[in-house]
Design a protein around this ligand. Sequence first.
Ligand code: ATP
Length: 219
Amino acid sequence: MTEKANVIAVMGGTFDPVHNGHLRSALELKELLALDEVHLVPCHQTPHRKQPGRTSQQRLDMLKLAVKGEEGLCIDDRELRLDQPSYSVLTLQSLRDELGDNAVICWVMGVDAFAHFTRWHQWQRILELANLVVMTRPGFELDPDSEEARLWRDLQLDPVKLEGQSQGRIIPVRLPSQLEISATYIRDQLAVKRSVRYLLPESVVDYIAENRLYAGTLA
Ligand code: ATP
């Protein structure tokens, strides 16, 4: 029996809360790269930043509401099931073990995050396990003398050539919508009781209001 060669992208984050910036880019990536699935992976504890204010269960509930009915966007709670800090390399290892060597796995990040990629825990191993899909933005340039710029030059792959490329390449993508929404902005708006409607799905706005998830909260 031949192994099914899944083509997936993995978008990790705090999702405190999930918003239309995450959702729209996940959907556009799925279509642009002909992915079978985009895995949205909420982190348990993040090694790089302070703990999110909402519980893991609440962040998971919001994600589930947000993708309800959208085939191909799936919530992957593998980091929440581990009682340890979340590391991309461990998440990717677990996906690789599950999907096998032929699966095309892409880790999604913004170019601003990629600019510090070689400071990530076991970054070389990450590239052995997956490709990087890097969302570019106008006006953001990598330092041409950086290790990341060298990787960018050496490993770059056109999105149309992704088929069969299981790991090790960098795929730059420029998504048409580029919504300038952040979870920080949403939390800041809620803290001063301003509306956050149209920044995130209605079902998530309702959940936030019903459960008074953020200080201030009007939703
Ligand atoms: P915060 O404001 O709390 O830092 P955030 O909105 O940046 O949160 P995270 O939960 O940290 O979102 O999610 C990070 C993931 O989502 C990364 O892969 C990041 O590139 C992507 N992402 C975040 N905001 C957007 C956006 N507006 N458009 C596209 N992708 C986004």
